[in-house]
Design a protein around this ligand. Structure first.
Ligand code: ATP
Ligand code: MG
Ligand code: MG
Ligand code: MG
Length: 473
């Protein structure tokens, strides 16, 4: 059985043999791109090369890119652990052509790698193309020998890619692996028609061939380019013949660690959901912190905090009453250090950051969760299934309990939260803070801050954060 590390290497070697330069993954924190929360695709680090603004000494490249899809435009946070194939952190294997080869070669390489090198059965593979991309339709038949009935035409939403409202864009073509009828979702189970576990999208080939202007006119690019992405976790699951990404060698040691920490057994069903979330989030937290993101109340730091706290909450759900997530770090490092040596270097730091954040959060969490449980119990007695805006705000304001966790817990109990009501109270709060900042109160606040900063040891120091929370979010 192929190991994930072997598949990663085979991919990079294969494209190297075919004239591609192996380029290292860029950081999860995109360089010079404030519009992007985290690197979320292999092409990010080549954006300017595609736009013609940056020149490299190569016209073909291949990478294994660290990606995070949590927050921002691509947000898979809510699907993690529910599908067998989505993660917050994952690796995207890609090959790129900057005005060098185009569709014919891109299709040829992908097909040869999957069927030739990896030995996937052709009968398991299906192709999707953009609805009127006749060129791709004939090339898949000509170059790869795919039968026309296995080439599915999809629309803009699925198979047309663009970098923004204007600029380079073009049709995509995806390679789908049929996991078999037993995963089918029902009578209408078909590619493009459902989103079930039967049709596993493994590889996306983007054919950058137009430039779109402000009016929406598309003119052909003089030198069309190629951008592809294949999820390492997904292709590994296929190659290892397992039920889900969580059963591959990228995750099994993490799931085992959760079993060890909780004394509970993992299973691929609803019961296993918290295990998967913790395993997934431990990777995301480790990689994000190693790339310099720290938990905070805004931007990237806030997303990290959210992921980290979510993992902690699921740990608590499994009965862990003390910091534990930092104990997952050495396992993540062990699995990934050969491909990402920076992890080994920063391991101690990552553990420390996670442990501190856990300690802080445990205090907040225990109080907050008990309070939400009380509110839900009371609401049930009263025959309502909604948490009011006042209640949610009280949890946030008095207990420092994050709104998204209130919503998570509400959902798990078949409840909803009056978000509009919550937002209204939040606005009023901000207005009060603005007024307070104008006068004497601002001085008092400053004084209070100074006192707090002087008195409290860093690890239990939540006062500062709370104060900032109220006036700044
Ligand atoms: P999906 O439809 O399954 O959400 P996508 O179309 O959003 O995937 P792309 O943007 O085309 O994904 O990314 C290229 C490849 O990266 C996908 O074909 C898949 O193999 C992988 N991939 C995308 N999102 C994730 C994720 N959240 N976790 C793991 N792998 C992913
Ligand atoms: Mg997606
Ligand atoms: Mg897709
Ligand atoms: Mg896709």
């Amino acid at each position: 059985m192929l190991k994930s590390s072997e598949i990663r290497k085979m991919f990079l070697d294969y494209f190297k043999e075919n004239g591609h330069t192996v380029v290292a993954s860029s950081s999860l924190v995109p360089a010079d791109d404030p519009t992007l929360l985290f690197s979320n695709a292999g092409m990010n680090q080549f954006k300017d090369v595609f736009l013609g603004l940056d020149k490299r000494p190569y016209t073909r490249a291949t990478t294994a890119q660290k990606c995070v899809r949590a927050g921002g435009k691509h947000n898979d946070l809510d699907t993690v652990g529910r599908t067998p194939r989505h993660h917050t952190f994952f690796e995207m294997l890609g090959n790129f052509s900057f005005g060098d080869y185009f569709k014919r070669e891109a299709i040829g390489y992908a097909w040869e790698f999957l069927t030739g090198r990896l030995g996937l059965e052709e009968e398991k593979l299906w192709i999707t193309i953009y609805k009127d991309d006749e060129e791709a339709f004939s090339l898949w038949q000509e170059v790869a020998g795919v039968k026309p009935e296995r080439i599915i035409r999809l629309g803009e939403k699925d198979n047309f890619w663009s970098m923004g409202d204007t600029g380079p864009c073009g049709p995509c073509s995806e390679i789908i692996y049929d996991r078999g009828e037993r995963y089918a979702c029902g009578d209408d189970c078909r590619i493009g028609g459902c989103d079930c576990d039967r049709w596993l999208e493994i590889w996306n080939l983007v054919f950058m061939q137009y430039n779109r202007d402000e009016e929406g006119n598309m003119t052909p690019l003089p030198r069309p380019s190629i951008d592809t992405g294949m999820g390492l976790e997904r292709i590994t699951a296929v190659m290892q013949g397992v039920e889900s990404n969580y059963d591959t060698d990228l995750f099994v040691p993490l799931i085992k660690k959760v079993e060890e920490l909780t004394g509970k057994k993992y299973a691929w069903d609803e019961q296993g959901f918290p295990f998967r979330v913790i395993a997934d989030h431990s990777r995301a937290c480790t990689f994000l912190i190693a790339d310099g993101v720290l938990p905070s109340n805004e931007g990237r730091g806030y997303v990290l905090r959210r992921i980290l706290r979510r993992a902690v909450r699921f740990g608590r759900f499994l009965g862990i009453e003390e910091p534990f997530l930092y104990k997952m770090v050495p396992i993540v490092v062990d699995i990934m250090k050969d491909a990402y040596p920076e992890l080994e270097e920063r391991k101690g730091f990552v553990e420390e950051v996670i442990k501190r954040e856990e300690e802080r959060f445990f205090v907040t969490l225990n109080e907050g969760i008990r309070k939400v449980e009380e509110i839900i119990a009371k609401a049930k007695q009263e025959g309502r299934n909604i948490i009011t805006g006042e209640e949610a705000f009280m949890l946030y304001d008095t207990y420092g309990f994050p709104m998204d966790l209130t919503e998570d817990m509400a959902e798990e109990n078949g409840f909803t939260v009056d978000r509009a009501g919550f937002n209204r109270m939040m606005e009023e709060q901000k207005e009060r803070a603005r007024q307070a900042n104008k006068g004497e109160d601002a001085f008092k606040k400053e004084l209070l801050l100074t006192e707090l900063l002087g008195d409290l040891p860093a690890t239990v120091f939540t006062g500062y954060e709370r104060l900032l929370d109220k006036s700044e979010i």
